[in-house]
Design a protein around this ligand. Structure first.
Ligand code: S5P
Length: 274
């Protein structure tokens, strides 16, 4: 099963080029760490990416929180991506009808589809949201994650909602490459007599922290070991646990990234042999 396959071997389970690129990058860099850089100034964003670049397979952005956004920032982001060998995940959390999300994904100020390898969507509108986004992203080789679960206290993405999200993904495996979730989704949402044993989806897990248990706004943290070893997650997403409160403290930020990378990789290696 995917849980005990190496990342490199799992690249062959996918036809989507972004899924393959992510798995090959993880294998090459021996890092299943994605850093979520939720800062509001372009210069801080670039400085943090430079600091954590050597330790990540992926950088997750919220491009719409950048106060001084100018499209020239994208070229600089792409250069760093090439220099340090990681992919971009724009955490846009699309949630509208197909026609609207296609416009939001392709255009506006941020032109997400033109640079983000990966983005995500809430399954709440149903399969039409995948249709809309894939009409833009599929031909570009992009990938999509569905938010099957959330890390927050009282999340409504549970039970049959999560199961339906997995069913929607199974119908669109060319474009939907995985989930934002807190655990593996293997077998979840499968219909009677359906063989899903060969299904592979990437599980990206936010709400990861080694020190805090949560924040004042409902975020809940688990450790890399809990996510990757116990729950079978593939990629840990870490934000404030790495960049803390001072975006200028780049040495401390780099050291934290190295630590999370080591913890995430150790948990994966332990998983392979258990
Ligand atoms: O369920 C979720 C899904 C996401 S994508 N919970 C989350 O926290 N996220 C995102 O992960 C969130 O938008 C933020 O960018 C990041 C977590 O940041 P941290 O600082 O709490 O690690």
């Amino acid at each position: 099963t995917p849980r005990t396959q190496t990342y490199g071997a799992r690249a062959l389970n996918f036809t989507n080029p972004t899924a393959r690129l992510i798995l090959e990058t993880i294998e090459r860099k021996k890092s299943n760490l994605a850093v979520s850089v939720d800062v509001t100034k372009s210069n801080d964003l670039l400085a943090i990416i430079k600091a954590v670049g050597p330790y990540v397979c992926m950088i997750k952005t919220h491009i719409d929180i950048i106060d001084d956004f100018d499209f020239s920032l994208i070229k600089q982001l792409q250069n760093l991506g090439h220099e340090y060998d990681f992919v971009y995940f724009e955490d846009r959390k699309f949630a509208d009808i197909g026609n609207t999300v296609a416009l939001q994904y392709a255009g506006g100020v941020h032109k997400i589809a033109s640079w983000a390898h990966l983005t995500n969507a809430h399954p709440v509108p149903g399969p039409s949201i995948i249709k809309g986004l894939s009409s833009v992203g599929l031909a570009l080789g992009r990938g999509l994650l569905l938010l099957a679960e959330m890390s927050t206290k009282g999340s409504l993405a549970v039970g049959s909602y999560t199961e339906e999200a997995v069913r929607m993904a199974r119908q669109h495996k060319d474009f939907v490459i995985g989930f934002i979730a807190q655990r593996r989704m293997d077998g979840i949402g499968s219909q009677l007599h359906e063989d899903v044993s060969q299904d592979d989806f990437l599980i990206l897990t936010p709400g990861i922290g080694l020190e805090a248990k949560g924040d004042a706004m409902g975020q809940q943290y688990r450790t890399p070991h809990e996510a990757v070893f116990e729950s079978g997650s593939d990629i840990i997403i870490v934000g404030r646990g790495i960049y803390g409160t001072d975006p200028k403290a780049v040495d401390a930020i780099a050291a934290k990234a190295e630590r999370y990378m080591a913890e995430g990789w150790a948990a994966y290696q332990a998983r392979l042999t258990h």
